[in-house]
Write a protein that binds this ligand. Sequence first.
Ligand code: AMP
Length: 282
Amino acid sequence: MKTITTVSELRRALAEVRRANKRVGFVPTMGYLHDGHLALIEASRSRCDVTVVSIFVNPTQFGPNEDLSTYPRDFQRDEELCRDAGVAIVFAPGATEIYPAQFETFIEPGELAKPLCGGFRPGHFRGVATVVSKLFNMVQPDVAFFGQKDFQQCAVVRRMAIDLNLATEIVTVPTVREADGLALSSRNRYLSEEERRRAVSISRGLFAAMEEFRLGGRNVDKLIAVANRYLGTVDRLQYLELVDCDTLKPAVSPLHRPAALCVAAYVGSTRLIDNVIIQASP
Ligand code: AMP
């Protein structure tokens, strides 16, 4: 495994790979890797010859009062996990490698970036879309892998790939969870033991709504209410919404199209997000 920190070195390494006609899979991350990231790497390894993982805590997707400076980092551990997982290249650039002085060109996503997290994190998806398109230009992957945990991010990136004619196929990988249901997240490490116990109510609420749907519930307000019953234990609910999977607009009753039940909530000072897809099984 190679660890590379500059774009020029990355291009050189990938030119060799491409000369050998190998299929390149790409997993963009902000590091502090967990089994969710490893599932993306595994998906890439199963579909591609060479897997590139980027580790870059992207400043442009953090708001002024967010956790950029305290975001958990452990590069040595990340490298070891990547090596063990069969990653070929870890790309870990510094901030100036990605954002040179006087940087001023951004990708501006449209309607898909407005609801849900977009309403609470202004500029977040602009930062995500910009860094993802830059990383795609650097890696030029055949396939890129994203986690369903960041459902809106997947929607924004897919739209961008279509709108900008990107040559990269976008694959979404199901959310990896702790045994009790909590979605894995680098930010879970901020949780105290007591907060960790309360955080599980987020996924419990989502699963309860899925069960309500499975039993025939098609009323949007009722599905949301079922999930909401569990969310009394969080400290601040930002949103709990059932949205159409394609448009991210509020789902309508009776539910007849695939929808995503999405939640963002603070437990203590940690902001957690999660979602489940609610749809009739084929
Ligand atoms: P992050 O490092 O948090 O920016 O995440 C990097 C990638 O890993 C994104 O595509 C995330 O959606 C994905 N990811 C994060 N947590 C999970 C999880 N629990 N299950 C699956 N994918 C995840």
